[in-house]
Write a protein that binds this ligand. Structure first.
Ligand SMILES: C[S@@+](CC[C@H](N)C(=O)[O-])C[C@H]1O[C@@H](n2cnc3c(N)ncnc32)[C@H](O)[C@@H]1O
Length: 349
């Protein structure tokens, strides 16, 4: 079989970043963040709630030593594939193996029949997912898992799994292409995003509050509690997160239409715990420069968060970035004044 992978030819390394519409992604404001962060001196950068990994990858491109963490496995594998990994790529023979080796796995075909993808796409997912486990290198596994995740997100209308069936199918090419086509395309995109910046960069997959690690500059972008918008990452991406973990250790809630699994608990997205958790997190990084992304429709309020940060840092500055969310709200509400959210960057030194 000839795989005919298209290799993108781009000039800046950051242009190779495989972006998605991940909820809360800083893709639209990365330039604004950099304008502020570049004025500080730091060699190591800890992206402690990495999400899409756009911020960590951007900093890797700026020649910083990166530590990345997120409690979602899908996020971790992206970091492992293109931030920690400096050299390893998936080779043609391995891609051929992933796509063509037949096996009898049919978990997705049965459990998710008719929910998100066609029978042939589900069969493809079953085959590839089982074959990925047979790869002998963890970075290769992460490239394959990230490519499969991005394939599913690209093909899915609105990129999310909170509804079943084909609502919002606008006939885009991304929705028409098979998952196999998406997967092959994404492998070449992830392969091309692998590069060495001279540092031993690290990726982790745990609750940030439990991870004992630090850096010169720690960037915090947790989910915030808000009455106006949903911040449950598992609810949106459960299918992809389940796929990456092969649903191992996850409890699928059989009574739900979407067959989502029981959400991970994050103390940051909960009104009662959030204040205390920020306080503990700031204490933990009191020897680092702390940068916190924050949007104006959340709790703690801007003033409260400033006070908590002041409890651990001599000097606190707040930078304002004007930003309209194009995602995370219903389409009919776009343009609604409620979507006009101010994005802040707090710096504690
Ligand atoms: C606002 S998003 C980060 C977006 C990211 N900065 C970007 O540009 O894509 C918040 C992330 O925090 C993760 N998260 C939530 N609670 C966490 C916890 N307790 N420990 C680690 N990660 C957590 C979520 O999975 C999500 O990816």
């Amino acid at each position: 079989m000839s795989l005919q992978l298209e290799i993108p030819t781009l000039t800046n390394q950051f242009d190779y970043f495989p972006g998605t519409r991940y909820m809360g992604s800083k893709n639209k404001i990365i330039g604004d963040l950099w304008k502020v962060l570049r004025t500080y001196e730091f060699e190591s950068f800890y992206d402690a709630f990495a999400g899409s990994n756009i911020v960590g990858y951007f900093m890797k491109c700026q020649g910083k030593k990166i530590i990345s963490n997120d409690f979602m496995a899908m996020s971790y594998h992206t970091a492992n594939a293109i931030i920690e990994n400096s050299f390893v790529q998936l080779e043609e023979s391995e891609i051929d193996f992933l796509v063509n080796r037949d096996n009898s796995n049919n978990f997705i075909s049965k459990k998710f029949k008719g929910l998100y993808f066609s029978d042939s796409d589900n069969h493809f997912l079953d085959q590839v997912r089982a074959n990925i486990d047979l790869l002998d290198n963890d970075y290769k596994k992460s490239i394959a898992l990230s490519s499969l995740s991005r394939a599913c997100i690209k093909k899915r209308p609105r990129g999310i799994f909170t509804f079943i069936g084909h609502r919002y199918d606008d006939g885009r090419k991304d929705i028409q292409d098979s998952l196999k086509e998406h997967f092959l395309n994404n492998i070449s995109i992830f392969n091309a995003a692998v590069f060495d910046n001279g540092y031993d960069n690290k990726s982790f997959n745990t609750q940030t509050q439990k991870l004992e690690i630090g850096a010169d500059l720690v960037y915090l972008d947790p989910p915030y509690y808000s009455q106006k918008s949903d911040n449950d990452y598992v609810r949106r991406y459960h299918f992809v997160e389940g796929l990456v973990k092969n649903w191992e250790g996850l409890e699928i809630q059989e009574n739900t239409k979407t067959k989502k699994f029981k959400s991970y608990k994050s103390p940051f997205s909960n009104k009662i715990n959030a204040y205390d958790e920020f306080d503990k997190l700031f204490a933990k990084f009191s020897n680092s420069i702390i940068a916190v992304s924050y949007s104006s429709n959340s709790l703690p309020t801007k003033e409260e968060l400033t006070e908590i940060l002041k409890g651990h840092k001599k000097s606190v500055s707040v930078h304002e970035i004007d930003h309209t969310y194009s995602f995370g709200t219903q389409p009919h509400k776009i343009g609604n004044v409620n979507n006009r959210v101010k994005e802040y960057l707090f710096i504690g030194e």
